[in-house]
Ligand binder design. Structure first.
Ligand code: ASP
Length: 333
């Protein structure tokens, strides 16, 4: 029987009703007590790393999770991390960069309703996560509502109902049906695991709205080493009366800042070359584009890359090099 380590970090799944709203209070051991049948699927040991609402999860907690998995890596066949749903996609993406090519499953799950509620998705998600961790599915994934999603491709798409996550620009890795994991895709993981322990957190995000002031862009670029700009559609920057975002971007990238154009549209990604408003940015040194990567993945990838290098050519090479199938275009097409 496979031996799995469960690592608790908090979230709704572990939450209880308090006077001030739901708060994570249950330990991993208490969560396990709700699913006694798990002993028929795998052998489980558990530890409590954090107990936070995932709104409070920060990059240093990602490094703590990596440290914990690294410390216990040889002793277990797989890992289940319970986590709040709100930032689970960021954490799953971050661990996909910080632990690459893991032959052992590292599975995130959580729930929209606490495990103690009469109507809850907690028990099914947790049980499915253990089934997945006890399978031979390598790498970082997220299991939710019967779907297995690659760690670099998950995004929270619903704030209340059970179908909380989608796989963006990539198929599901598999589904869990009647307690059986049906795998659609088979990942390879040769040469791993490779652990990283450095992040540069000076990464920011500007979501454009019609009429965004250029001063906002300058404010953020002054403070960040890398700025993602979530622009409209396939991507571009405005040049309305009196302001030209392109000028700003070029001024800051000349001083060593990095700008990544992404899109605020959920599916199909960016393609800067299509319209004049984006075309002007193509090939500008220090300006990259996300293509089909999610904002969550780009956030984590930039922190991981800038934690290793400030060399512009190396940053660009690493950014467009696929990690855990995070980018399919143009690199893999
Ligand atoms: N606020 C909660 C959290 O992210 C929501 C959840 O877990 O579903 O921790």
């Amino acid at each position: 029987m496979k031996k799995i380590l469960m690592i608790g970090t908090g979230g709704t799944i572990a939450s209880q009703v308090t006077e001030n709203g739901l708060a994570p209070e249950l330990t991993s051991a208490q969560l396990l007590a709700h699913i006694p049948a798990i002993s028929g699927i795998c052998e489980v040991e558990s530890l409590q790393l954090l107990n936070l609402d995932s709104t409070n999860i920060a990059p240093r907690h990602w490094l703590e999770m990596v440290g914990c998995i690294r410390e216990h890596y040889e002793d277990y066949d797989g890992f289940v991390l319970t986590h709040g749903t709100d930032t689970m996609a960021y954490t799953a993406a971050a661990l996909s960069y910080l632990i690459q090519k893991s032959p052992k499953p590292i599975v995130f799950t959580g729930a929209q309703k606490p495990i103690g509620f009469d109507v809850t998705d907690s028990k099914m998600n947790l049980t499915d996560a253990f089934r997945t961790a006890a399978s031979s599915l390598p790498g970082v994934s997220l299991v939710f509502n019967g779907k297995v999603i690659l760690g670099t491709r998950a995004q929270k798409i619903r704030s209340k109902s059970f179908e909380a996550f989608s796989s963006i620009n990539y198929p599901f890795l598999g589904v869990l049906r009647d307690g059986v994991l049906l795998r659609y895709l088979h990942e390879s993981c040769e040469g791993g695991p490779v652990f990283y322990d450095q992040l540069n957190t000076k990464v920011g995000l500007l979501k454009l709205i019609p009429g965004t002031e250029q001063a906002l862009l300058d404010y953020l670029l002054e403070r960040c080493d890398a700025l993602m700009i979530e622009s409209f559609g396939v991507g571009g920057l405005p040049d309305y009366e009196g302001s030209d975002f392109c000028d700003s971007v070029c001024r800051w990238t000349e001083r060593g800042k990095l700008v990544v154009l992404t899109t605020q549209v959920q599916n199909e990604g960016s393609d800067l070359g299509i319209y004049h408003v984006g075309h002007r940015l193509k090939g500008v040194p220090g300006v990259l584009e996300a293509f089909d990567m999610t904002t969550e993945a780009v956030t984590a990838k930039l922190m991981w890359i800038l934690g290793q290098t400030r060399d512009p050519a190396e940053i660009q090479r690493l950014f467009y090099t696929p990690v855990a199938h995070d980018i399919l275009w143009p690199a893999e097409c």
